[in-house]
Design a protein around this ligand. Sequence first.
Ligand code: PCA
Length: 207
Amino acid sequence: MILLTGFEPFGEHDTNPSRQAVQIAARELAQRGTDVSAEILPVTFEGSSRVLRELVDSRDWELIVCVGVAGGRDKVSLERVAINVDDARIPDNDGASPIDEPIAADGPDAYFSRLPLKRGLVAIQEAGIPVEVSNTAGTYVCNHVFYELMHALRDQPEIPAGFVHIPVAEMLSAQDAATALVALVETTLRARRSQLKDLKVSAGAEH
Ligand code: PCA
């Protein structure tokens, strides 16, 4: 069973395309024989951690991908790294605005994604969807959830897990974002089942 999470709306966003994208992706993956649970997280530092940890602990997952929207981006962003800091640009949906606070006092400075990012990049390109590898997930609730996810799974290195930012719906439809997620999930499962290493494809960037 695979876990995909999206987020509720927040800030200036009346809807959050990550919610629709994970629901469409879950439906399409189910039609192709892969069981997926699509869950929605609150856009709060405290609540997202609590809900995510309960979900992670609720069963043995084969793969977990958390998804959020990134306002300024025009491509699907496969996030490479989660950093151990909250620095809120705007208050979360509880009104909380942590500034320069560690997410886990005893945790490492950062965790890397455990998704085969370059395989995902190529698979999503082949599906015709604009995509990049991103080296920052920001310092708001998405980075927070990404960090919490990897921290919760730190003793289960066999479970691939990571985070994807998608553009706003005006930039990329939820259907196209879902197509990208399906490609990422399927290529990750194939790589894991056949124990394939990630591809050596350059995706270096200045950001
Ligand atoms: N995007 C925000 C949090 C929730 C979401 O969808 C972020 O990028 O941090």
